[in-house]
Design a protein around this ligand. Structure first.
Ligand code: FAD
Ligand code: FES
Length: 339
């Protein structure tokens, strides 16, 4: 199967300071122009303190409106990669990035587009808005939520877009510092008569859950999750119990990573990523929630079912690709190869 290699090198040609905590990195991939659609992301492989880490960042550019490929990164307090990128990358540096992935993309539609962004969630929402404005006649309305004015990314870019599309683009800013946290009533007031619109949501998990719940419908909802699922917090001290051994089930899982190949007995309910680790391998991963595609690999024998797939396209799934952090083998003998 001839495919573009998963990772390639790209030169950082320009760095734009968007806010005190956010930078746009303009990238020139060494293999030539990258083919992507608005709303997609790339996964970056970086070494921080001698540890290889993978993180995904969405494109803030849109292929129809920007000649250059751009991604926008916002600092996360205590975060290893976001802070490393912002503090260490300089113009002219070379970085490793995956091919674009993700399904948070425009669907063929004539309905208005509503975008709901929280913080750095504006990155893919801006890309989608630029693309929809340039390639369709759809109305685009954005509700952009930030802590305060100083942390609002793309303020000037959005103002320029509104000036360019005054009858089709509306941007409503909500600043927590002025109005407190956004609530369901404010979401419904913003939607008003556009309940049938397509809604695109990206931001912190609690913000996204609130918007998803508040949307009155009947329009379609598309969500991009940046983080891992919220950890489940135990409310009461659980009774101590012995950790059950995973149940073995008939068959084996074989994992090929680079020049290493391991075969382990199949365990019921175990993902391919977990099987690979049990076999002593250290495959790439980032979110472990089915959002980022860092852990993708191709099945060369057998089949597997993904619990969540918010990253691979239908074509990639048809070609046999799986998110190994989500894929549980259906077959007794299963082989997966990381590329
Ligand atoms: C599809 C996708 C697209 C994305 N697009 C963007 C984008 O366009 N722009 C953007 O800015 N981000 C984006 N993200 C988020 C990005 O990938 C990173 O998750 C984010 O930058 C944080 O990574 P980090 O390495 O800085 O933080 P991490 O080091 O992963 O830390 C995250 C948080 O966990 C805490 N933490 C870390 N280690 C520990 C520990 N041992 N104990 C307790 N707490 C700990 C940190 O304090 C921090 O709050 C996207 C994510 C996905 C999945
Ligand atoms: S690690 Fe992100 S999808 Fe598997």
């Amino acid at each position: 199967m001839a495919r573009t290699p998963l990772f390639q090198r790209a030169t950082v040609t320009r760095i734009i300071k968007e806010t005190a905590d956010a930078r746009t990195f303009v990238l020139a991939p060494h293999e030539g122009a990258v083919s992507y659609v608005a709303g997609q992301f790339c996964t970056f492989r970086v070494r921080v303190d001698d540890v290889e880490l993978f993180r995904s960042y969405s494109m803030s550019s849109a292929p129809e409106t920007d000649a250059e490929l751009m991604t926008t990164v916002k600092r996360v307090v205590g975060g290893r990669v976001s802070n490393w990128l912002i503090d260490n990358l300089s113009e002219g540096d070379v970085i490793e990035m995956s091919r674009p992935a993700g399904k948070f993309c425009l669907r063929e539609s004539e309905r208005p587009l509503l975008g709901f962004s929280g913080g750095s969630g504006i990155t893919p929402v801006l890309s989608l808005a630029k693309s929809a404005l340039a390639t369709t006649d759809r109305r685009v309305r954005l509700l952009c939520v930030d802590r305060d004015r100083a942390s609002a990314i793309f303020d000037a870019t959005l103002e320029e877009l509104v000036a360019r599309y005054p009858t089709r683009l509306e941007v409503l800013r909500h600043l927590d510092a002025d109005s407190g946290l956004l609530d369901p009533a404010a979401v419904r007031a913003f939607v008003a008569d556009d309940g049938a619109a397509d809604s695109y949501i990206c931001g912190p998990e609690a913000f996204m859950a609130m918007v998803e719940e508040a949307l009155p419908g009947p329009g379609a909802i598309f969500s991009e999750r940046f983080g891992a699922a919220e950890p489940v917090v135990a409310v009461a001290e659980p009774e101590p119990t012995a950790t059950p051994e995973p149940a073995a089930t008939a068959g084996t899982v074989t994992v090929i990573l680079g020049r290493k190949k391991v075969t382990v007995p199949r365990n019921a309910g175990e993902t391919l990523l977990e099987s690979a680790r049990r076999g002593g391998l250290t495959p790439p991963f980032s979110c472990e929630s089915g959002n980022c595609a860092t852990c993708m690999a191709v099945l060369t024998q057998g089949s597997a079912t993904m619990r969540v797939n918010d990253a691979l396209t239908d074509d990639e799934v048809a070609e046999g690709y799986v998110l190994t952090c989500q894929a549980i083998p259906d077959t007794a003998e299963t082989t997966v190869r990381y590329e």
